[in-house]
Design a protein around this ligand. Structure first.
Ligand SMILES: [Zn+2]
Ligand SMILES: [Zn+2]
Length: 444
């Protein structure tokens, strides 16, 4: 093992890794098992940088960088997307290892800085093409659209990740497995993802000559825009040079309006993740002809019979600058409640990742179900759906049950009893609300 590389990542390294400012000799590992889970270790920095952005935005603009309901939904998608990794190694790594073990042509030295820099370029090049195809191929867009569904643009938007995306992205990295060891690839795959966190902000304007080479907040704002000039532009991960080379670069000019061209108008996590799959399914059956059906899946999201592969730009709704983002009309008190419940769920989520090796499969599965239930219930509350009170009553009951049986451990043992009282009050509150709603529903 390289003596300078450590599985325990120092504070300096943790800060630098958020900006890809790492040296080859401190991040080179002989075997995959030695590679730290950098993304997991970045959680405190995600939170700290989001708070810093909040403060800077208040100072510079006198307002927060986004809205609470939208930010909660983004973090919720981030949590959702990481849940499968509790059960198995990611498909991006599994397929890579398979290709490496069976088809590799050359075995580049894992400890050479040249291999490190080549992998940096290779992973970023693979990301560019994956990302471009994720916008140009409808079935891949079904996953990636989740990331674009926020109508705000701030650091929380970076966390709005898709559950499905990983099932197509692996293909674009597999060719690297013909010559680059998995341990080197696994490092860069994480840094490439982490780098893209800080560029999701409006508090950084222009970075001068750096804008020529690297992906910056300005370039990525264009990528998240639904203005016509922004569509299908700036696919870069770390280096903007790929967009400049392949003709997809666009500089930021008129004010960017963020989000999907057809906003989804919901905070419910399953809709955020899977609504476009349903759209593809219905369009597939409604479109006549075998080749047309095939095109629905593999051509661009804007394609239709008789149109070019990526659809017609004039069909993209024009922005006026007066668009009103979808927002929740629930009271401030209910929003505070949602934040408290979300924070509790996050604490259990973090603990589950930290303890996963020691937990039984049953506990792991029950915890994941509880996390998904919490995300859904908070989505229902923010959307003010008719069944929100019933679902929240059920969720609080499930919490108490899992807590009593021991599948959820007390976060602070001395407050265990207070926890139970709090959730009992929640059950009573939401239970009464459910009854009232049932009593006043028109079917009664
Ligand atoms: Zn994108
Ligand atoms: Zn983004």
């Amino acid at each position: 093992m390289n003596p300078e590389a450590q599985q325990d990542v120092s504070v300096s390294q943790r800060i630098r890794m958020m900006f890809y400012m790492m040296k080859p000799n401190e991040t080179s590992f002989q075997i995959l098992e030695e590679v730290p889970d950098y993304v997991k270790q970045a959680t405190p920095f995600f939170i700290s940088l989001m708070l810093l952005e909040l403060v800077i935005s208040w100072i510079l603009k006198g307002k927060p960088p986004g809205r609470l309901d939208d930010a909660l939904t983004s973090i919720s998608a981030g949590v959702f997307s990481r849940l499968p990794s509790l059960f198995s190694r990611s498909i991006e790594l599994t397929t890579y290892i398979y290709v490496w073990e069976n088809y590799r042509l050359i075995n580049l030295p894992w400890d050479s800085p040249w291999t490190w820099y080549l992998t940096f370029l290779g992973v970023d090049f693979g990301y560019y093409w994956f990302h471009r195809m994720a916008h140009e191929v409808n079935i891949m867009w079904a996953g990636h659209q989740t990331h674009h569904s926020s109508e705000d643009y701030n650091l929380s938007t970076a966390l709005r990740q898709s559950v499905l995306q990983i099932y197509t992205s692996w293909m674009f990295y597999s060719p690297l497995a013909l010559f680059i060891p998995p341990s080197v690839y696994a490092v860069h795959l994480q840094f490439n993802l982490l780098y893209q966190f800080w560029i999701h902000t409006e508090v950084i304007n222009n970075l001068g000559p750096l804008e020529l080479i690297i992906n910056t907040p300005s370039h990525h704002r264009v990528h998240h825009g639904r203005n016509r000039y922004c569509i299908d532009k700036n696919y870069a991960g770390v280096l903007i040079i790929w967009d400049r080379i392949f003709g997809t670069f666009e500089a930021e000019n008129e004010k960017v309006v963020y989000g999907l061209t057809h906003p989804i108008n919901t905070f419910e996590p399953f809709q955020v993740q899977f609504h476009h799959l349903v759209y593809i399914w219905t369009t597939f059956w409604a479109t006549p002809g075998f080749f047309n059906k095939f095109s629905v899946i593999f051509k661009g999201p804007g394609w239709g019979p008789g149109k070019p592969r990526l659809g017609l730009s004039e069909e993209i709704p024009e922005v006026t600058g007066k668009e009103v983002p979808f927002s929740s009309s629930v009271s401030h008190l209910l929003k505070i409640y949602a934040v408290v419940q979300f924070a509790l769920m996050l604490a259990f989520y973090e603990e589950t990742f930290a303890d996963k090796a020691a937990l039984s499969q049953a506990t792991l599965l029950l915890r994941v179900c509880f996390i998904i239930l919490t995300l859904t219930s908070i989505g229902f509350l923010l959307d003010q759906r008719p069944k929100a009170a019933v679902l929240e009553t059920f969720r609080c009951l499930v919490f108490l049950m899992l807590y009593r049986i021991g599948h959820l451990k007390p976060l602070i043992p001395s407050l265990s009893f207070a926890f139970e009282i709090f959730f009992s009050i929640c059950i009573a509150f939401w239970g009464v609300r459910s009854m009232k709603q049932l009593a006043s529903s028109p079917s009664k």
